[in-house]
Design a protein around this ligand. Sequence first.
Ligand code: AMP
Length: 433
Amino acid sequence: MSVSETVLSSSISLPSTSGGFGDFELHPTLERGIRAAGFEEPRPIQKDTIPAALNGADVLGLAQTGTGKTAAFALPLLDQLLDENLPGPRALVLAPTRELATQIEAEIRTLAQFTRLKTVTIFGGVPARGQIATLRRRPEIVVGCPGRVLDLLQQGALRLGDIETLVLDEADHMFDMGFLPDIRRILSALPKKRQNLLFSATMPKEIRRLADDILSQPHVAELGHSAPAETIEHALYPVPEKRKRDLLEHVLAEERCDSAIVFTRTKHRARRLADQLSKAGHRAVGLQGNMSQSQRERAMKGFRSRRFDVLVATDIAARGIDVSGVSHVINYDVPNTPEAYTHRIGRTGRAEREGKACTFVTGEDRAWVRATERMIGAPIPRCQVSGFEGESIEADGSRRPGPKSASRNGSSSRARSGRRPSSRDGGSRRRAR
Ligand code: AMP
């Protein structure tokens, strides 16, 4: 860092008022990055995990996308890398999808924009040549998907012998997508002595086992216990299967959806529904696994720039996408698991903005509704739309015929799930600062 930069940075140091970013006493260049990112106050997950990670402790963060978890691991990691000027890679961040990896890299670049630190993102589906060339410049931070990381490791293009910090992001999705064997192989190439930060929205037993294996006396930060963010208003829309499309058109029109993500169960349904909506005059685009990387990027770019206002996606394709200002998430089909529900609806109501999630449910979805309400710990309000009524699904799972002519009640039945923050400090390894 140059002398003039030091003076400039320290003169705009964040105030150390209690509860603010200033409390973390991060490098002044990072404080500038935080300002440039427009972050005013740390999020609960950041308040909880940053001090422990700065102390060198391993961290287990139970938090879903949208809570600010990326900065929660990125800031301590960057701060640590700034302590010494050594060639990289010194930090490895593993993410399940290229979309998430790209997003993490973008956030790191924003926060680190006033530092000397370099980042590379490596994922499959594109030629490796460019990634290998960037690796030769010894960037301090590698963000990557397990498959390509392992490939480059086996080719000798990526060396992991100097890694000081490992981050596993969306670990539950890594497991869903079958990456755990790759991850274990990558782990065996890392130095034994390192800091580990593991983030996951849910803790299936395989992830618990992985966490037990790699984390040493971790600081555990648990946010919201899989509850949706408080800024999301959500409701169930009982509807017969064959009326779903008409109800979707109705909701899109009635709800003034500026920017909506519609989730379907299969790639085929996503493609067909996007086509049908486009033919009906909507600015809709599909995002599903059968599309090429460039088609996916075009779809995402169009949705981000508001050229499209409806994105019809499957869970896998939409994993990790971060688009600010999504006003609505519409679950055309319910997701496979209750946990996936909070993931999906977490695409709206981000950055503490208001969002709305509408979930279409048929009589077949009764068991899913019960399991989801049990997980959230509260009933989800029902919204019977006149003319589209489906079978009522009571919170206790009993079946009742739908009302003959019910009124729309979604706007009056606002459900906001409270967060239950709790933390447990399992001890930390103090880091010399
Ligand atoms: P994440 O959970 O990391 O995907 O973060 C969700 C969004 O919140 C991203 O767009 C971040 O840039 C943003 N964000 C993270 N931390 C803060 C903060 N302290 N204040 C405002 N926005 C934030």
